[in-house]
Design a binder for this molecule. Structure first.
Ligand SMILES: [Zn+2]
Length: 188
């Protein structure tokens, strides 16, 4: 079963905020609630205001509520992944094609998957120029960071985060905006 996840990443230009500050911030605006008892610091229940911090584009948004590991990962919960020792490039089956930042040739999702090394650097198969994945605009279909907030159970482009969420996150990183993207693929 494929997972659908909305992910947030802090800006690469700012120091990573401590995870405790991220959790405090998300709890203060009721985006997240209490942690699952055996997953403190990692998995949190949706906050009572979670739906108010996202704009759903469909006519009948429905978040499946439950508990990870008990009802399955499709259920909406919020997970903190990181801080990781090195940046991780995350993409799923919804990865979109991009233009090479050097030669502008179109790179299909398959070409991209075959052209990114384990240091999260893309080598263009057309011009052989290299670019760190973290510097590329993935059109909200991938991200590269040492820290991710994962909102499980949100489908690709189904919901857009509001400033009521993005502004407090930005305040954790010198008022530089966070990025977000959508993932559809195997649970991780
Ligand atoms: Zn190129």
């Amino acid at each position: 079963m494929l997972a659908n996840i909305l992910l947030f990443t802090p800006p690469a230009q700012a120091p990573l905020p401590p995870t405790g500050e991220i959790i405090t911030t998300l709890q203060a605006i009721d985006f997240i609630g209490e942690p699952y008892p055996d997953r403190i610091g990692i998995d949190y229940q949706p906050g009572t205001a979670l739906m108010q911090h996202l704009t759903f584009l469909g006519c009948s948004p429905a978040l499946a509520l439950g508990a990870p590991g008990i009802n399955g990962d499709a259920y909406c919960h919020i997970e903190l992944l990181g801080p990781l020792a090195t940046p991780r490039f995350i993409f799923g089956e919804n990865l979109k094609p991009i233009a090479c930042p050097h030669c502008r040739e179109r790179l299909s999702a398959t070409l991209i998957k075959n052209s990114v090394d384990n240091l999260a650097t893309l080598t263009c198969p057309h011009c052989q120029q290299r670019a760190p994945a973290a510097t590329i605009n993935w059109r909200k279909s991938a991200g590269c960071s040492r820290l991710f907030i994962k909102v499980w159970g949100i489908f690709d482009s189904e919901a857009i985060p509001n400033d009521s969420l993005l502004t407090p996150l930005g305040q954790l990183t010198d008022n530089i905006a966070w990025s977000y993207f959508y993932y559809r693929g195997h649970p991780f």
